[in-house]
Ligand binder design. Structure first.
Ligand code: BGC
Length: 269
């Protein structure tokens, strides 16, 4: 891959597995210094394995522990990264989880866990990133933008999701977080966009693809007739983080094999 992100540092939250791991590998192969964030000590071996794959392929990076829902930990991670690489150019606000339940059975803990990680975590990381972008200012030799934030949203910022109200609500919130930040900081040349994945084959949705029956039923929702891979998201993240997309800000980009064209209507309505 072209080294379009050379001399830029990217923090990828939740990069020890799933989409985050895929995005970290793609950004590293595009030349970025990547920070493979992981949430808790037990996910360190997985983060180390992602970093090893990156460095074995000639990439540059480090791992960094931080629970994105904890303000002090987020502030510390950004300080550590600035100490290591001088600044932060790209934030991939990716960490996210599901705690599914029927709404009338949903506990406050299930609600809070999802909102705290998926939405408050994106607030805390975006705030630190923007503070660092403003402190550093434009580096014209490196990028046309002062900084780039990419929020990992979901098709569920658009498609309501029964049985997952906490998750869908968090993604709807991310849409407005992203667009309001794009509006507030556009004049400082900070670009903020969202990636809205459909079904990507990762641990978060294992039950939806692990048996042939489940996968067949999932594919009835996807016109392009395949499940997505983390690399699909990685490719888009490289584009959105690079100057190739310099005129794109405040956008939600859906990457879902057509899930949002509502396949159920293919045979009439
Ligand atoms: C969810 C997955 C789901 C996909 C499509 C994602 O945001 O995390 O569990 O398969 O949306 O419904």
């Amino acid at each position: 891959m072209d080294q379009v992100l050379k001399n830029q540092t990217a923090i990828i939250t939740g990069a020890s597995s799933g989409i985050g791991a895929g995005v970290a590998k793609s950004l590293a192969s595009a030349g970025a210094n990547v920070v493979v964030n992981y949430p808790v000590e037990s996910s360190k071996p997985a983060a180390d394995a992602v970093l090893k794959e990156i460095t074995d392929a000639g990439g540059i990076g480090m791992v960094a522990q931080c629970d994105v829902s904890q303000e002090a930990q987020v502030i510390r991670m950004f300080a550590d990264v600035v100490a290591a690489y001088g600044t932060v150019d790209i934030l991939i606000n990716n960490a996210g989880l599901q705690r599914d339940a029927k709404f009338d059975e949903m506990t406050l803990d299930q609600w809070n866990t999802v909102i705290n990680v998926n939405l408050t975590g994106q607030f805390l990381c975006a705030r630190e990133a923007i503070r660092e972008f403003l402190r550093r200012g434009l580096r014209p030799d490196v990028s046309l933008a002062t900084g780039k934030i990419i929020c990992m949203s979901s098709v569920h910022e658009l498609i309501p999701w029964a049985g997952h109200v906490n998750y869908a609500t968090s993604k709807g919130g991310i849409k407005m977080l992203m667009q309001s930040l794009a509006q507030e900081y556009g004049d400082r040349k900070i670009r903020v966009n969202s990636i809205c994945p459909g079904a990507i084959q990762t641990p978060i949705n294992r039950p939806a693809w692990e048996t042939p029956q489940a996968l067949n039923s999932l594919l009835t929702l996807i016109p392009y007739n395949r499940i997505g891979q983390p690399q699909d998201i990685g490719n888009l993240a490289v584009f959105l983080a690079s100057d190739l997309s310099d005129y794109i800000t405040g956008a939600s980009i859906f990457i879902d094999g057509g899930m949002t064209v509502f396949e159920g209507f293919a045979t009439g309505g």
